[in-house]
Design a binder for this molecule. Structure first.
Ligand SMILES: O=C(O)c1cc(=O)[nH]c(=O)n1[C@@H]1O[C@H](COP(=O)(O)O)[C@@H](O)[C@H]1O
Length: 230
């Protein structure tokens, strides 16, 4: 069976737990995501540990955000690990995004638009007053113009972003919660079925899978539900 278009966020406090989650979910999902918690604790070795024998696609979510020269150096430093996807913050601007794209030519650079944990009030506080949709579409357009081939946005904006950037760009949506699951610190959320129906290519799902009593079975159940919906 083809693995579901899900990136399981391996936000674990230790490498053993992350490698165990990766091993049990990889028959069911296309991708595992390594984020700041794991990478800052264990560094590059973490990639091989979670990739394991399955060779599952690894998404390295470092959300780089600095001046272009520094981001280029950081992207070059991790490009040798051959992650399938690497994140940068779109708010770093065009030159920064372009620097990442040029420094890691074999990795898909995904620009994070507006974090899924932010409300409209939060956006006002950081000087981006207005609907999240507007800021997300603006950042999506500039990121693609700068060479990003993937974008991260919430499922609530994914159809507007798809209309803005066309079908060649990979749209990645965190903020995904199966019906009835706790939203925790996520604000702009939707179900996996809705996110996919609205045009997402890859759903990032962490705690609803990794916090469940049986992460392998939960990943399999969500994957099956997506197949039924599709
Ligand atoms: O870039 C990301 O992956 C990301 C962007 C964003 O706007 N929101 C967001 O939640 N994420 C990541 O997606 C994952 C979501 O995890 P859960 O909330 O546990 O499903 C975390 O690893 C976040 O770091």
């Amino acid at each position: 069976m083809t693995p579901a278009p899900i990136a399981v966020a391996l936000d674990a406090p230790d490498l053993e737990t992350a490698a165990r989650w990766a091993a049990v979910v990889t028959p069911h999902v296309s991708t595992v995501k390594v984020g700041l918690e794991l990478y800052l604790r264990y560094g590059p070795d973490v990639i091989a540990s979670v990739r394991g024998a399955s060779g599952v696609q690894v998404f390295l979510d470092l959300k780089l955000h600095d001046i272009p020269n520094t981001v280029a150096g950081a992207a070059r430093a991790v490009a040798r690990l051959r992650p399938a996807i690497l994140t940068v913050h779109a708010a770093g601007g065009s030159a920064m995004i372009r620097a990442a794209v040029e420094a890691a030519p074999h990795t898909k650079i995904a620009a994070v638009t507006i974090l899924t944990s932010l409300t409209e009030a939060d956006l006002g506080e950081i000087g981006l007053a207005g609907p999240a949709d507007d800021a997300v579409r603006r950042l999506a357009a500039l990121s693609v113009e700068a060479g990003a081939t993937a974008l991260v946005c919430s499922p609530n904006e994914v159809s507007a972003v798809r209309a803005e950037v066309g079908k060649e760009i990979t749209l990645i949506t965190p903020g995904v919660r199966p019906t009835g699951a706790a939203t925790q610190d996520q604000v702009r959320v939707a179900t996996p079925e809705q996110a996919l129906a609205d045009g997402a290519d890859l759903l990032v799902i962490g705690r609803p899978i990794t916090g469940s009593p049986d992460p392998g079975a939960t990943a399999a159940a969500i994957a099956a539900s997506l197949r039924r919906a599709g």
